[in-house]
Design a protein around this ligand. Structure first.
Ligand code: GDP
Ligand code: MN
Length: 390
């Protein structure tokens, strides 16, 4: 689960991390009121969408009058922001963050991710903040510093000093850097985040009062831990998520919308990926990724069909089940139930293998409904592609 920048900053602030004074606004009148209350004479108006690259796309505006705050907020709110992370349809801007503008002396990068190889949280830092870290990694890999955290003792001061030195921090900024890094680490760990990215971590202030300030923060949380993270769960913005994906997760299904026309119902993420590959190999385009998981009841299969069919682009459904914990007879019953209750008009290509396969095939055959059956994944994918290609 992702949260907005303003929520991430509130969270970080509660861990003692310095962020600019600011507040979220839902309309332009509110936006200029917030700016007036903040005081000062320069503000930043920032589109709140769950995507990066807002700066380049016009989603971050530095302005110097209350009227300009209002105008910038007006222009953003209700419009769609298209960044390299949103896809061509963009994201609808429904909230803006108004902050006191900072005068930036330098922009740094700080990120915490879970490194799967070491199975530990890893601190990533760079002196090249403000730009995409992927780009820095490509062009200046030597400018990416990493430090692995031992979970038993947490992030240590010496590690922070080592990283801070490597990205050019010294003097009064050194103890601040240690405090900031440790606070972000604690914030990530205590809230079950999978990722925390601060880009930029800015150096602001005059020569005799240099300070570190978090100007942008992106967090991603572990969905499997949300049951114990009430504060985080309350930050969820369903507007930012695909409604079908939300509905699917409510039914214990793992659904990801894609842009093709072959609907997929598969068990297991690996087999689902293989099915998408097989479809692509035969020249087709999958409409979605859907993993029904293990022990899928007929009801779950029916729900899966309904969610897949809510996508108007779907011209046929490929059902690919390799049953271990699953039962082919339950899958077959679910498909028949779905055909009955959803009045399915599109062809269903069904490949069943594994537990209770004979029973499953028998149920499909005796149902009187037309299913296109396939012996293996390859031929199932081939048949599905042939159908959509007419
Ligand atoms: P992103 O493009 O979605 O990552 O949005 P950011 O919040 O990182 O903003 C993009 C860029 O806008 C930053 O790298 C800064 O250069 C600039 N920016 C953000 N906040 C301020 C600010 O308070 N003052 C100034 N001058 N620039 C800012
Ligand atoms: Mn940023």
């Amino acid at each position: 689960m992702n949260i907005h920048e303003y929520q991430a900053k509130e969270l970080l602030q509660s861990f003692g991390v310095p962020v600019p004074s600011g507040s979220v606004a839902y309309n332009s009148t509110q936006a200029s009121q917030v700016a007036e209350e903040l005081g000062g004479n320069r503000w930043v108006v920032k589109a709140q969408v769950h995507a990066g690259g807002r700066g380049k796309a016009g989603g971050v505006k530095v302005v110097s009058s209350l009227d300009e705050v209002k105008k910038a907020a007006d222009a953003m709110l209700g419009s769609r922001l298209i960044t390299h992370q949103t896809g061509p349809e963009g994201s609808l801007i429904q909230r803006v963050l108004i902050e006191q503008a900072s005068t930036i002396r330098d922009e740094l990068y700080l990120g915490f991710i879970i490194d799967r190889a070491s199975q530990r949280i890893t601190l990533i830092a760079s002196s090249e903040g403000g730009m995409e870290i992927e780009e820095v990694a490509k062009t200046h890999p030597e400018k990416i510093i990493t430090e692995i955290v031992d979970p038993a003792i947490g992030l240590r001061d010496f590690q922070c000093r080592k990283v801070a030195t490597a990205i050019g921090l010294k003097g009064k900024l050194m103890p601040q850097a240690v405090r900031v890094m440790k606070a972000i680490y604690r914030c990530m760990r205590d809230n079950d985040a999978l990722q925390a990215e601060i880009n930029p971590l800015a150096i602001v202030g005059g020569d005799d009062d240099l300070r570190l300030m978090v100007l942008d923060a992106k967090f991603n949380f572990d969905d499997n831990a949300l049951y114990r993270q009430k504060t985080i769960t309350e930050m969820r913005d369903l507007q930012e998520e695909d409604p079908k994906e939300v509905e699917a997760s409510g039914h214990g299904l793992n659904y990801i919308a894609l842009d093709g026309n072959i609907g997929c119902i598969v068990n297991g993420a690996g087999l689902a990926m293989a099915s998408l590959d097989a479809i692509t190999l035969h020249g087709g385009k999958p409409a979605n990724f859907l993993d029904v998981g293990g022990g899928a009841s007929p009801e779950k299969v029916t729900n899966a069909c309904r969610i897949v069919l809510e996508d108007p682009n779907v011209q046929c459904i490929l059902v690919n089940i390799f049953a271990g914990i699953n039962r082919c007879d339950w899958i077959a019953k679910g498909l028949i139930q779905a055909c009955d209750s959803l009045k399915i008009k599109v062809p269903l290509i069904v490949r069943l293998a594994g537990t209770n396969v004979e029973e499953g095939r028998k149920i499909l055959k005796e149902s009187g409904l037309t299913f296109i059956t396939a012996e293996n994944l390859d031929s199932a994918a081939e048949k599905a592609v042939a159908i959509v290609k007419g």
